[in-house]
Design a protein around this ligand. Sequence first.
Ligand code: ATP
Length: 265
Amino acid sequence: MTVSTSLPDPAAIRARCAASASHVVIEAVPETGSTNADLLARLPAGELAGPVLRIADVQTAGRGRAGRPWLSAPGASLTFSLAWPFKGPLQRLAGLPLAVGVALAETVASLGVPVQLKWPNDLMKDGAKLAGILVETGTAPDGVLWAVIGCGMNLTMPDEMEARIGRAVSSAPWLARMDRDELVALLLSRLAAVLAEFDDTGFAPFRERWNALQAWRGQPVNILDHGAVRQQGLAAGVDDAGRLLLDTPAGTVAVLSGDVSLRLA
Ligand code: ATP
């Protein structure tokens, strides 16, 4: 299989971006600890003047939620973060990881790779995780609220990495064969359009698009909190704030993402 391995080229990405992303500064590095950590570190000193996309060919300390590791390998993974300013308030950003999921899933689907969304922050392909999203927030010295939106996507999955992850994972060899700059430009353009809309409207207008892509819809699921089952029910989509709705014998229950994990029952 031919896999595109060249490092991302910011000028080539920019040239392929839609107008929605024309104001985004694009940076590419061969390696860093975490692109999210790099961008968050610039916030306290007021070093972010506008949206920035930072792509790394490999992250040595990639993170998921609650400090869980996100693994990547050179040439095999797409890892990037996008810093974006928001009007706020902070509570509104609770639905942001879900809106980002819609943007990424719709882009990937438009390239012929059908995916589903697992609440709150994962893209699933063939029943296993293809990509993860990590949204972290901070406030700049001028009081502006920023979100740093990280994405790690498996283009191919080296055996050694799969063994280290230790659970079923997916990859998208079809996307691995694409021009990497073109792929990033398509993802960034859709993401930028969704973020601009989200900043005006919040999550509510994305709800139906998210629900149409929901993994495990109507199936029995468990909500795990630190490994213990906290709630059980049938997965019934999300509400206007991005909370997961569970149908239970006692009625419909809304679950806030916090740090709980969703599993098939
Ligand atoms: P969970 O996956 O337990 O439901 P989560 O969706 O919040 O929780 P994250 O914290 O976002 O998961 O992602 C970190 C987890 O993803 C790790 O604990 C590991 O199991 C898994 N993981 C790490 N690297 C990869 C990868 N490249 N591809 C797929 N899964 C990975």
